[in-house]
Design a protein around this ligand. Structure first.
Ligand SMILES: [Zn+2]
Length: 320
């Protein structure tokens, strides 16, 4: 049976995809489920079968969200009591925005919803993309998991490869060991949104989609070169991709000069600049017309650091 073959191939390419929960056993012939699952605890083994490219599609082939459009809602039920709703929504938007900055995708926050993340209608997907916290005991999931991404996709006509993602639900463990903070949420959700876009766990150890072992939540806030190649292959590059890759690299290279406080900086625009602001050092870094600029405070003009292309060798070599 084709569906069984599909499930088999999924378990081969994604080591952490186990059997699908019985609640998501499929009855509709045109819909299949895929599951990206994430342990908080680090796995104790490494992959040995490296291939190129190392990013992997969640489906074994390139199934995508139509037009790269990924509208998502947040269900505030079961929100951990130490987190403020406004902070959580902002953090989720930042995590989603990182992918929009790099690839031709539109992850758009649609607002709060009371629709449960794993809602089903008549046994099928409700086609509403929801992020929310639930106790993982309620879905018989390992309580060491931080997040799980459930993806439904259209199998298409007989003999045709699946090509359309129709439903993405991301659940976060309301009872995660050690609890939650915004940094952890930021990293976990950047990774989970990668699954939502159709990326499986990468074979590149530097990738934030790598999972054997998982990186820290802080590391996972910044998509790396392999992640960018993955989403670019599926959706194409965003116009701002090179600038954002450069700023991602600069943050890593100059943590004191570009010192963040709390949540990660967000790319903004002003007068033709794409830039980020770092309150810890009162500094700005940005690009405009292919040049790189750096500025401390606002009393002196931006300093021209050179052409973006001059940095490209370093950026690429550093894995951004
Ligand atoms: Zn994962």
């Amino acid at each position: 049976m084709k569906p069984l073959q599909l499930i088999s191939s999924l378990t081969l390419v994604a080591a952490s995809i186990a059997t699908l929960p019985s609640a998501f056993a499929q009855t509709a012939s045109l819909e299949k489920a895929s599951l990206g699952s994430d342990l908080i605890a680090q796995a104790d083994h490494n992959e040995t079968d490296k291939v190129s490219p190392r990013w992997l599609s969640l489906y074994g082939y390139s199934a995508v969200l139509p037009g790269g459009n990924y509208p998502w809602y947040f269900n505030p039920a079961n929100l951990p009591s130490n987190l403020r709703l406004d902070d959580v929504v902002l953090t989720l938007q930042h995590a989603a925005g990182r992918w929009s900055q790099l690839c031709n995708v539109n992850l758009v926050y649609m607002g709060l919803t009371t629709t449960p993340p794993l809602n089903r209608v008549n046994g099928g997907y409700d086609r509403i993309n929801v992020v929310g916290f639930i106790p993982f005991s309620s879905i018989s999931a390992n309580n060491n998991y931080a997040g799980l991404t459930y993806v439904g996709y259209d199998v298409g006509s007989p003999g045709e490869k699946p090509h359309t993602v129709i439903d993405v639900d991301i659940v976060l463990n309301a009872n995660a060991p050690g609890g939650w903070n915004l940094s952890m949420l930021d990293g976990a959700m950047t990774h989970e949104f990668g699954h939502g876009l159709g990326l499986d766990h990468s074979q590149d150890p530097g990738s934030i989609m790598f999972a054997m072992p998982y990186h820290t939540a802080d590391y996972d806030r910044v998509p790396r070169k392999d992640d960018v190649q993955g989403c670019s292959a599926l959706y194409g590059a965003a116009p701002s991709q090179l600038s954002n890759r450069a700023m991602n690299w600069a943050e890593s290279q100059y943590p004191n000069e570009l010192k963040r406080l709390g949540t990660a900086p967000v790319t903004q625009t002003y007068d033709g600049y794409l830039y980020r602001y770092y309150p810890g050092s009162n500094a700005y870094v940005g690009t405009k017309n292919g040049r790189v600029y750096y500025m401390v405070g606002t009393t002196k003009p931006p300093q021209d650091m050179g052409a973006l292309t001059d940095f490209w060798g370093q950026i690429d070599a550093a894995g951004f």
